[in-house]
Design a binder for this molecule. Structure first.
Ligand code: DMJ
Length: 565
């Protein structure tokens, strides 16, 4: 995660609008309709710039009488809660004692992870459990408390009330958005905005909504590129052009390691779930418009063999190099296509078509079977296959399971099987290690099957993707093996990753005396423990009828009420 940075690129014209073909204009109109103000709000009363309800102003030249009757936009939280089909924490009916005990064990792990973070690192981004101090890192542009914001909804769902109140208090009193530093647009979006939005929807507490909107506004300048595709890094400082002290504020640039100033597919393609909700909550379509533009550019651009390469120029809108991966650099883009469709209550048929087409191309060109009969998804470098699967790519079992439920009858069984096979392969990468935890990447070549062959790929950093797929496969099939596999992960985490003051990643999964990496990742609390907990819950806890999980496992509601395609 500690990635090198490139210097700021030359500033591009602000507000440059991308070429807007007819379909793009239609899509933007749809996005704007989704975020349309209620009928009682007079046209023109919202500024078409950054800001939500706090900035609502009368339209220039409107008659005084109209001005008086206008109400500022207000999201109807009660109406939203009534639209949910299940209680958010479920009813917990009819469960067996073993499942309950396992769920309680995961809850205890969450409490342990949180208590240690609180004791040694509260206000820092992550806990260093061996040295018992905090880690700030360089992904969040001066923002603090990544673990607090990532943990909020997990604490709430697990009914860790006291701990949730501690986290909430920190957000209210200490979460400072007035920072000046270089942040990853993607990471700030999935962890902070996702976490705040989810917690607002779960609790109705205004502080989470207002922080999410304020932070969302700070991200908007990243989209000021010729294509509307955002750059990966943004300076979060106040955008005061007169200030000598923060001359880079609001500027964005590409990662130094990304080819030729390109933007990363998994980064700019993993914004729209959250941004649609920022529009939904603020009544301001600007967020939905910005995020939708990237998808439209992607939809339009020619794709080699129907595949989406990982690097695209935000200046020209063309691919910069032909490297395709369903793991790192590509992963969550595919996830957000199917989830866009689900979140729109199955109305966003364009996203569904993009997902279906992409999956078809992936199956045709990347899905392979090993000599030992394991199905895996290879990577593609300009037409040459690399027979490697990253731990990150293991989310795809869950994604394909999620999509399978909604595929036509003739495809459904096929996708259920594909999802099960990929999940099984990822499980194999765990069981073939000495710790029963999976490596960062595993390969299928030179007689190797589902094991890391390079020293640099043997580590495990508390990642969630494999248990994420177990959770989706469990909900789809209710086959007991998925709960059993999840329980094996719990036992391995306890044995090899739990240390005196929290949980730590390990440097080599193939040794039973592992060296710890001294890092309790925030996604361990947001995702790994949440998915494990849900695996041992009834299906009505955060029901998939009502919620889609963003790529950091923050639940965002399905739009049962407002979307009018
Ligand atoms: C998380 O931050 C998210 O799941 C992201 O999409 C990918 N990587 C990590 C966890 O491994």
């Amino acid at each position: 995660t500690d990635l090198p940075r490139s210097p700021p690129a030359a500033a591009e014209p602000r507000h440059a609008s991308p070429a807007a073909p007819r379909r793009l204009r239609e899509k933007l109109r749809t996005a704007a309709r989704m975020a349309a103000p209620p009928a009682h709000t007079a046209p023109g009363s919202r500024q078409q710039v950054q800001g939500g309800e706090r900035r609502a102003q009368p339209a220039t030249g409107a008659p005084p009488a109209a001005r008086e009757t206008r109400a500022p936009f207000r999201f109807d939280y009660e109406r939203f809660r009534r639209s949910l089909r299940h209680p958010v924490r479920g009813r917990q009916l009819g469960e067996d004692p073993e499942t309950r005990a396992r769920r309680m064990k995961v809850k205890e792990m969450m409490k342990f992870a949180w208590d240690n973070y609180k004791q040694y690192a509260l206000g820092k981004n992550e806990l260093r459990p061996l040295t018992k101090n905090g880690h700030i890192g360089n992904m969040f542009g001066g923002l603090r408390g990544a673990t607090v914001v990532d943990a909020l909804d997990t604490l709430y769902i697990m009914e860790l009330e006291e701990e949730f109140q501690e986290a909430k208090k920190w957000v209210e009193k200490s979460f400072d958005l007035n920072v000046n530093g270089e942040a990853s647009l993607f990471e700030v979006n999935i962890r902070y905005i996702g976490g705040l939005l989810a917690t607002y929807y779960l609790t109705g507490e205004e502080v989470f909504k207002s922080k999410a909107l304020e932070l969302g506004e700070k991200l908007l300048p990243a989209f000021n590129t010729p294509t509307g595709i955002p750059r990966g890094v943004i300076n979060l400082g106040r955008q005061d052009t007169r200030s000598l002290f923060s001359p880079c504020s609001g500027m964005s640039w590409s990662w130094g390691w990304a080819s030729a100033g390109s933007s990363i597919l998994a980064e700019f393609g993993t914004l729209h779930l959250e941004f649609l909700h920022l529009s939904e909550l603020s009544g301001n379509p600007v967020f939905a418009e910005k995020a939708s533009t990237s998808l439209l550019v992607l939809n339009r651009v020619e794709k080699p063999q129907g595949l989406y390469p990982n690097f695209l120029s935000p200046v020209t809108g063309n691919w910069v190099q032909h490297h395709v991966s369903i793991g790192g650099l590509g992963d969550s883009f595919y996830e957000y296509l199917i989830k866009s469709w689900l979140m729109s209550d199955k109305k966003d048929s364009e996203a569904k078509k993009m997902y279906d087409d992409a999956l078809e191309a992936i199956e045709k060109h990347l899905v392979k079977k090993s000599a030992g009969g394991l199905t895996y998804i290879a990577e593609w470098r300009g037409g040459i296959l690399e027979h490697k699967m990253g731990h990150l790519a293991c989310f795809s079992g869950g994604m394909i399971a999620l999509g399978a439920e909604h595929a036509g009858e003739e495809r459904k069984q096929h996708y259920v099987e594909l999802a099960a096979e990929i999940t099984n392969t990822c499980h194999e990468s765990y069981v073939r290690s000495d710790t029963k935890l999976g490596p960062e990447a595993f390969r299928f070549d030179a007689g190797t099957e589902a094991m890391a062959t390079r020293l640099s790929e043997r580590y495990y950093i508390l990642r969630p993707e494999v248990v994420e797929s177990y959770m989706y496969m469990w909900r789809l099939t209710h086959e007991p093996k998925y709960r059993q596999w999840g329980w094996e992960v719990v036992k391995a985490l306890e044995k090899y990753c739990r240390v005196e003051a929290g949980f730590s990643g390990i440097r080599d999964v193939y040794t039973t005396t592992p060296v710890h990496d001294n890092m309790q990742q925030s996604f361990f609390l947001a995702e790994t423990l949440k998915y494990l907990y849900l695996l041992f819950c009834e299906d009505d806890v955060l029901s998939l009828d009502d919620w889609v999980f963003n790529t950091e496992a923050h639940p965002l509601p399905v739009n049962h009420t407002n979307f009018k395609a």
